[in-house]
Design a protein around this ligand. Structure first.
Ligand SMILES: Nc1nc2c(ncn2[C@@H]2O[C@H](COP(=O)(O)OP(=O)(O)OP(=O)(O)O)[C@@H](O)[C@H]2O)c(=O)[nH]1
Ligand SMILES: [Mg+2]
Length: 479
């Protein structure tokens, strides 16, 4: 790198004011800079780790001290990153400072479940690789846009492409199977007391929506931790709590094949279409438009804990959501929004919940779970990769001896406890046989507290493979 540029790769200890001053030095070059934009879609079902991932991504790009395998950092070309105001004023700013303060507080706190949309833009400055480009443009900038939202809302995406009849039929098909049949017994009973052809009235619609919402909440709370729960706003209504647009539920098709105007079916179907147009389409058009890159975060370990029904359900939920994105240049979402995602990374999150020696198996398992979507995305021409990562590393792998055998364990503070402890987290099979019939609960991966004092060294939040993830997603835009 030319000596006229300060070495800002390690920004440890730089305060906001110093960073401002430092950036001021290159301000005179601003006129010679061209700016590009990258919109990164952070996709994930609820509790997959989106908010923690976005917080760590921002923190690590700002501090730059824990991304050794990002090419732009390794080749000493990364100058600095800073937050910028987003050009889109329709959503609140992602509360990075609050989440970071909570993570690094004493005692530390994870973010609460997200209840609304938030967005953030960062500017990343780097020195281009090519000397020819450097002679014209010594410093380049890209703006990175990310948004965060409740994972529940992602499940609305497949509904956009369905009619009320199709959605109702699929939902009713799902509830024929356990554990849903038992969970949804009250709503099913209510359904048996109404017919699609009957005259619509608001009280009946409200009753149906209330029973159905309760069913969705019970699915989310259930041991099986079900992911395929729609509509997402019934669970996380955001600013729509109590709005009439949320007063509908699936219905069995009318016996005659079509229902008259003024019937319960007509009312529910009309509200379903309203919901699609005014809530779902609006959200995805505003926030998922023109995505360039996508990371799909998957809590594989959480699903293993919850058992085969949870894993099966998560797979269906992910496949349904990714269908919208998966065609790269020709998918219906990209046609709707004009986006063209050309790189997709599937990431198994919370890899720090297991020993490092298990990461390979975790990645392989994720590969297997998303194989269908991954192949379809590749077929359409986008580049795909999978990896196991942790946005915030809360444990260390340690080796212990048990009955003369070496065991790969982890050391960290389990959620709800105060002191670090060493434990054997269990292992992940390296084949498709995930749930042996003779073991009731084969997996008990634990959640961990963020380590005391995490992130205070000013190098960025400790992580596992965040640099490799960012290199895959952004590396080519930083050359
Ligand atoms: N150990 C560890 N735990 C993590 C990590 N990322 C997420 N978690 C755990 O997963 C929980 C959920 O993470 P979030 O980032 O809030 O998940 P989300 O996808 O934003 O969830 P919603 O807002 O509900 O959609 C956190 O409270 C942590 O317990 C990680 O990198 N390491
Ligand atoms: Mg969140």
């Amino acid at each position: 790198m030319s000596s006229k540029f300060p070495d800002w790769n390690n920004l440890a200890g730089f305060g906001e004011k110093m960073l401002d001053q430092a950036l001021g030095h290159v301000g005179s070059l601003a006129g010679r800079m061209l700016e590009g934009n990258v919109r990164l879609g952070v996709t994930g079902l609820r509790r997959a780790g989106k908010t923690v991932f976005v917080t760590s991504l921002i923190d690590n790009l700002i501090r730059g001290g824990r991304l050794p395998f990002m090419d732009v950092v390794a080749s000493n070309r990364f100058l600095a990153a800073r937050l910028r105001s987003s050009p889109d004023r329709s959503a609140p700013r992602f509360a990075y400072e609050k989440y970071l303060a909570n993570l690094t507080a004493t005692p530390p706190h994870w973010p609460a479940a997200t209840t609304g949309v938030a967005q953030l833009r960062m500017a990343l400055r780097y020195v281009p690789v090519s000397s020819m480009r450097r002679s014209i443009q010594p410093i380049s900038t890209i703006n990175l846009d990310v948004i965060d939202y409740p994972g529940e809302w992602l499940m609305d995406l497949p509904m956009l492409n369905q009619s009320f009849a199709e959605w109702s039929s699929l939902t009713l098909e799902l509830i024929e199977h356990q554990p849903r049949r038992q969970i949804g017994a009250r709503w099913l009973h209510w359904l048996s007391t109404v017919s699609a052809d009957q005259t619509a009235d608001e009280t009946t619609a409200k009753e149906g929506a209330a029973h159905y919402t309760e069913y969705l909440h019970a699915c989310r709370r259930s041991q099986a931790n079900l992911s395929l729960v729609q509509p997402g706003r019934f669970l996380e209504p955001g600013e729509l709590a109590g709005a009439p647009v949320l007063t509908f539920c699936p219905l069995p098709a009318p016996a005659s094949g079509s229902a008259p105007a003024g019937s319960l079916w007509a009312l529910m179907s009309g509200r379903f279409e309203d919901y699609k147009t005014n809530v779902v389409r609006k959200f995805f058009l505003e926030h998922f438009a023109r995505l360039d890159r996508q990371i799909v975060l998957v809590d594989v370990l959480g699903m293993l804990n919850a058992g085969p029904a949870a894993l099966h359900d998560m797979r269906m939920a992910l496949t349904a959501c990714l269908e919208a994105f998966r065609h790269g240049r020709g998918g219906w979402l990209s046609k709707l929004t004009g986006g063209q995602i050309d790189k997709v990374l599937f990431a198994a999150t919370k890899a720090d919940h297991i020993a490092a020696s298990q990461h390979g198996n975790l990645k392989n398992l994720l590969d297997m779970l998303v194989s269908e979507a991954r192949n379809a995305i590749r077929f359409e021409g986008a580049t795909v990769d999978t990896m196991a990562l942790a946005a915030v590393k809360c444990t260390e792998t340690v080796t212990t001896e048990h009955q003369g055998r070496k065991l790969a364990c982890i050391q960290g503070t389990p959620l709800g406890r105060q002191k670090p402890t060493v434990l054997f987290p269990g292992s992940i099979p390296d084949g498709p046989d995930l749930f042996p019939l003779d073991i009731a609960q084969p997996y008990r991966f634990m959640d961990f507290e963020p380590p005391a004092g995490v992130g205070r060294d000013g190098r960025g939040l400790p992580n596992i493979r965040l640099d490799q993830a960012l290199n895959f997603l952004l590396g080519d835009r930083l050359t």
